[in-house]
Write a protein of this length. Sequence first.
Length: 202
Amino acid sequence: MEAPDATLTPDGRMVTRELAEWVAGLGYDDLPSEVVEQAGRVVADYLGETLFVGATKPWGQAIAAFCAVDGACRPEATIIATGAKVMASKAALANGTMALGFEYADFGGGGRPYPFSVTGPLALAEAYHKSGRDLIVSIAIGYEVMARLMSATMPFGTNVSVYVPALMGTVGSAAACARMLGLSIDNTNYALGLGCAFTGGT
């Protein structure tokens, strides 16, 4: 007797593959105008919090200084609060830390979406010279994936003892970054799998 395929649901669906197909295939013209408008507000809020924390809080200044030294060997993306150009991964670390740095982040499906749905895609957009439309689509994907994961795994009223945004946000960011990089469906699927793995601390 063959072992069951762990990637399939009981009804035979490959839900991660379906999600990867949606992420890889979504385009700017598929988005309702209100989603595009909201994504613009999200970016404005994100910039506001990173500037505030980076300018006024010691932890914002500390992470900016660390990333400027440790990541300055390859100037790809900007630490928003200081203007320093560093590796995209270090810009994302600094900016994401600031975006969660003073409890101003928005709140919705999956916890606090914008630090996760904006941070990675914004750094990659700058590093790879992507368009504003690409950024908008990636942000929308990050939000949608976080909200759907939350709905599927933690219905309203579920008691949890973990920091939920880090669980959902890691996968949402993986999806958003996969779209920003224009990954194939297969590679998007792998990115989602890696995002799920990292939520478990691996």
